[in-house]
Design a protein around this ligand. Structure first.
Ligand SMILES: Nc1ncnc2c1ncn2[C@@H]1O[C@H](COP(=O)(O)OP(=O)(O)OP(=O)(O)O)[C@@H](O)[C@H]1O
Ligand SMILES: [Mg+2]
Length: 357
């Protein structure tokens, strides 16, 4: 067990890290969010060297030089490429450190609730090699809930949805504990994939990731668009000729594709809410669902979900930062952090006393 006194000593070096599929967000105790970068690295394939991280790597994406590839070290909320995750995390942690201090560091990181032992170990090892002295890991759902304003002492239940790029997590919290949760590997990026597939197959245009993302963020809606004829020009590569090309899409054409994905996600949320015990269900009936994660910024999503689940639906403010803000709050509540953190240390300690209740 880490002594509470040692937790209090290191206040200035306490870091909260939300290592997501699309973004890595770091907050430091007392300084809020200090880093928000795409979870990407650009690698020179000939030398295996990393030539850029984060935003700089993102800016190269789709237009890389011949020997450069831009890679996402995480996929579906978990480590996909261990070496790259390690290097990327170390780079971001160094950037986020104040004044390049050499003092030991403690960090709290989030992980998806159905993380496997192997996936969790990969994350912990990556953190270790990033020279973070002590790492606490907690479930993303809890962090998102605290970040969205759920009081850890509240005995009544709250439901939190975190819709990220690669995962959707539904967590029901009461008294600072998860009473029910479900995590599915479908997120907002599924919309990008569906739109890109549609454009390629039905409109004969291959589009890059940046263009698809731009279309989603500025033009796509979760609810029936007011003006179905509204137009948007997408540029890319003509499938037939291979030449640069463009097509004009309408809101009415894009909407059903987006809705198809949103409906699957809404169904997951709705199904999860049928799995609750009566008292918990009663609390959620009154309070509804809180939305966090970047995916919930899709135009009209809250309204769509409100209709779908027939409950109040509340958009948290700055939904992309809910998780990291929940994580950083943990440093003010060391007892709670001890209780909710699930790191290898705890697993080992539990293994030594298998018969203790
Ligand atoms: N304004 C917006 N409209 C629609 N979608 C958006 C908007 N802003 C961000 N997104 C989407 O949100 C997703 C990223 O959300 P977030 O940063 O919470 O994900 P993540 O934490 O990296 O992923 P995960 O939790 O799955 O590991 C991306 O799919 C992105 O396209
Ligand atoms: Mg996330």
């Amino acid at each position: 067990m880490v002594k509470l006194s040692s937790l209090k000593k290191l206040v200035t070096d306490s870091m909260a890290i939300d290592l997501g599929t699309t973004s890595t967000i770091i907050a430091v105790k007392g300084r809020d969010v200090v880093l928000d970068e795409p979870s990407l690295v650009a690698v020179n394939e000939l030398t295996d060297e990393i030539v850029a991280y984060g935003q700089e790597a993102f800016d190269m994406m789709g237009r890389e030089g011949r020997d450069i590839v831009v890679k996402a070290p995480l996929s579906g909320g978990v480590v996909a490429d261990f070496e790259l995750t390690k290097k990327m995390l170390a780079h971001f942690v160094k950037q986020a450190k104040s004044g390049g201090s050499q003092v030991s560091l403690q960090a709290v990181m989030s992980m998806i609730s159905d993380v496997t032992h192997v996936e969790q170990r990969a994350l912990l090892n990556a953190a270790e090699e990033a020279h973070i002295g002590k790492v606490y890991m907690m479930e993303e759902g809890l962090a998102a809930a605290f970040g969205a304003g759920v009081n850890p002492g509240d005995k009544r239940a709250s439901a939190i949805v975190d819709m990220g790029a690669g995962t959707t997590n539904v967590a029901v919290i009461a008294k600072g504990s998860i009473v029910h949760s479900r995590s599915e590997r479908i997120g907002s990026d599924e919309i990008n994939k569906a739109v890109a597939t549609h454009l390629r197959r039905h409109r004969g245009l291959q589009v890059g990731e940046e263009s698809t993302e731009h279309l989603k963020v500025t033009f796509a809606t979760a609810i029936v668009p007011e003006d179905l004829e509204k137009e948007f020009v997408v540029r890319g590569r003509d499938v037939q000729t291979g030449s640069p090309g463009a097509v004009t899409v309408t809101a009415g054409e894009i909407y059903p594709i987006v809705e198809g994905i949103i409906r699957r996600i809404a169904q997951i949320i709705s199904d999860t809410l049928t799995e609750l015990r009566p008292e918990v269900a009663a609390d959620i009936y009154d309070r509804g669902v809180i939305l966090t994660g970047g995916g919930v910024l899709l135009d009209g999503l809250d309204q769509y979900l409100r209709n779908f689940v027939n409950l109040p639906v509340i958009l948290s403010d700055e939904p992309r930062y809910a998780t990291v803000r929940g994580l950083v709050k943990m440093f003010d509540e060391p007892e709670l952090l001890e209780r909710v953190s699930r790191n290898e240390l705890h697993i080992l300690q539990n293994a030594e006393v298998p018969f203790e209740a």
